[in-house]
Design a protein around this ligand. Structure first.
Ligand code: ZN
Length: 480
C-alpha cells in the first residue's frame, strides 16, 4: 500500500495520512443543497473529492465515501438569518420541496456522471435523518451545551472552548465578532450561538414534531449526524469548500465533539473557489455556468475534468472558455494518440509492471497531496511512449495510461474502445474511401473524407494506411 501525504486545514501542514483503521478510509464530503442547479464551481469541488477517493483506492485502501444531500434546513445566510433555500425554491417554482429536491438531485447526479465522478458509497438525505438529529439535540441539551429558546434550540458556544478556531487562524473568530454586524435575535444568549433546531414558521412546508414543538433541523447538525452515523464518531477525512471553513465546519466540530467527547475528524480538506475570467461567479455577471453550457463552446464535460486536473486543488482555478477549449484539445490529443495505438495493437496492451518508473513517478505525484498537475505530466510521459514507433513501448505506454486513468477518470479506455465501434454506414464510408484512394480517385476520397468529418470522424493518411479518430467540435479545423 502506497502512503498518501495530504494537507490538513486544522494543522495547516502537509503530513502523512494515518488511517484510523489500517487499510481503510472513511470520507465525508459536504453535499449540495438541492434547491437549484449546481454550477461548475460546485461541481469542481466534487471532481476534487473524486480524485481523493480514487487516489486512496489506487493506493489499495478500502474507501467509504459519504456525501449528503441537504434537502432541508440550509438558510440563505450560513448563520441563522434569511429564508430556507428549499422553502424559497418551492415557492418560486410552485412545487413541493420533495419534488424540488428530486429534480435538482437527479440533475446533479447526472452532471457528476458526465464528469466521471463516481457515485458515493452512501448518499444520505437530511430529511430521512430527522429523528437522529432530534436525538443529537437532546444529547447536547442534556450535556449543557445547548438550550431551548422561543424560536428553536441553540448551541451555546461559550461551553465549547476554542469554538471558531480549529480551522481558522488564531484570533480570527475574535476579529469576526468585533467586526460583525449586530444581529437582532433576543432568543440567543450569544450572537454566535447557532441553531440546532428551528421552530416552524407559519407556512413552512417542511416541519417535524420534536420535544420543542414543530420545526426543522439546522444545517450544521445535519452533517454531524449523517457523517457520524455512517463513519463513526471519529473518522478520517472531511472535505468541503473554503466557504465551509466558517461557520459550517466549526459548528460541526463544536457540536460533534461536545456530544461525544471525542475528536470528530482527523483530517480536514478544503477546496478553493473556482473563479471565472479572474473574478467571482455571480448571477448579475451572467457567468454562473452549468455543464450544459459547455456544448455551445464545442467542449465536453470531460474537458472540464481535464482542466481541473491541470490546476490542482490548492490553487484557485480560473475558468475561461479559452482554458476549457485548451483542455478539450489536450483531451483530443490524448484520445487521438491512444485510439491510434489501440487500433494498431488491436486492443491488447498487456499488464502494467508494478515497478514501472513512469507509473511510480505518477503514484509519487498523486500521493503528494493529490498533485494532479504533476500526475498529468507523468501521463504525458506515458503518451510519448504511445506515440513512439516501438510496438512494445507503445503497448507499455497504453497500459500505464489506462492504469493512471483509475485516478484521472478521463475515460481513456472507453474512448479507445469507441474508436473501433463503428456503425455500418461509417465503416462502409471508410472502406469506400480507402478504395478510392488506392485507385487514386482523390476527388472521391476527399468527398468521402468530408462526409466522414461531418459524422465526427477525422480521417488521416499515414504511411501505414488510413487512420481515423472521433473528434469533438472544438478540434475541427483548428491546430491542436
Ligand atoms: Zn456539511
Amino acid at each position: 500500500m502506497t502512503g498518501v501525504r495530504l494537507y490538513d486545514s486544522a494543522t495547516r501542514t502537509v503530513r502523512p495520512f494515518e488511517p484510523l483503521v489500517a487499510g481503510r478510509v472513511g470520507i465525508y464530503d459536504c453535499g449540495p443543497t438541492v434547491y437549484s442547479y449546481q454550477h461548475i464551481g460546485n461541481l469542481y469541488r466534487y471532481i476534487v473529492a473524486d480524485v481523493v477517493r480514487r487516489t486512496f483506492e489506487y493506493c489499495g485502501y478500502k474507501v467509504t465515501q459519504v456525501m449528503n444531500i441537504t434537502d432541508v434546513g440550509h438558510l440563505f445566510d450560513d448563520a441563522d438569518q434569511g429564508t430556507d433555500k428549499m422553502e424559497q425554491a418551492a415557492k418560486r417554482e410552485g412545487r413541493d420541496p420533495a419534488a424540488i429536491a428530486k429534480h435538482y438531485t437527479d440533475h446533479f447526479l447526472a452532471d457528476r456522471a458526465k464528469l466521471n465522478v463516481l457515485p458515493p458509497h452512501v448518499m444520505p438525505y437530511a430529511t430521512e435523518h430527522v429523528p437522529e438529529m432530534i436525538e443529537a439535540v437532546k444529547t447536547l441539551i442534556a450535556k449543557g451545551h445547548a438550550y431551548p429558546a422561543a424560536d428553536g434550540v441553540y448551541f451555546d458556544i461559550t461551553t465549547f472552548p476554542g469554538y471558531g478556531a480549529r480551522l481558522n487562524p488564531p484570533g480570527s473568530f475574535a476579529e469576526r465578532q468585533a467586526g460583525a454586524r449586530v444581529e437582532v435575535n433576543d432568543a440567543k444568549r450569544h450572537p454566535y450561538d447557532f441553531a440546532l433546531w428551528r421552530a416552524a414558521k407559519p407556512g413552512d412546508l417542511q416541519q417535524w414534531d420534536s420535544p420543542w414543538g414543530r420545526g426543522n433541523p439546522g444545517w450544521h447538525i445535519e452533517c454531524s449526524v449523517m457523517s457520524m452515523k455512517y463513519l463513526g464518531e471519529t473518522f478520517d477525512l472531511h472535505s468541503g469548500g473554503e466557504d465551509h471553513l466558517f461557520p459550517h465546519h466549526e459548528c460541526e466540530i463544536a457540536q460533534s465533539e461536545a456530544a461525544t467527547g471525542k475528536l470528530f475528524v482527523r483530517n480536514w480538506m478544503h477546496t478553493y473557489f473556482l473563479s471565472v475570467d479572474g473574478g467571482a461567479m455571480h448571477k448579475s455577471k451572467g457567468n454562473v455556468y452549468l455543464v450544459s453550457d459547455f456544448a455551445a463552446h464545442g467542449c465536453e464535460p470531460l474537458a472540464f475534468r481535464m482542466l481541473a486536473l491541470g490546476v490542482g486543488y490548492r490553487k484557485s482555478l480560473d475558468f475561461t472558455w479559452r482554458a476549457l477549449q485548451d483542455a478539450q484539445r489536450r483531451l483530443d490529443r490524448w484520445r487521438s494518440a491512444i485510439g491510434g495505438a489501440w487500433q494498431r495493437l488491436q486492443g491488447s496492451t498487456g499488464a502494467v509492471d508494478p515497478a514501472d518508473p513512469v507509473k511510480a513517478a505518477f503514484a509519487e505525484a498523486i500521493t503528494d497531496d493529490f498533485n494532479t498537475p504533476r500526475a498529468l505530466a507523468q501521463a504525458e510521459a506515458a503518451l510519448d511512449l504511445v506515440n513512439g514507433s516501438d510496438g512494445a513501448l507503445r503497448a507499455r505506454g497504453l497500459a500505464i495510461l489506462f492504469d493512471m486513468d483509475q485516478v484521472l477518470g478521463l475515460g481513456l479506455r472507453a474512448s479507445a474502445e469507441a474508436t473501433v465501434l463503428l456503425g455500418d454506414v461509417e465503416r462502409a464510408l471508410l472502406d469506400e474511401r480507402a478504395a478510392a484512394r488506392a485507385a487514386k480517385d482523390f476527388a472521391r476520397s476527399d468527398a468521402l473524407r468530408a462526409q466522414l468529418q461531418a459524422k465526427g470522424i477525422l480521417v488521416k493518411d499515414t504511411s501505414e494506411g488510413q487512420r481515423w479518430e472521433r473528434v469533438s467540435r472544438v478540434s475541427e479545423g483548428e491546430p491542436a
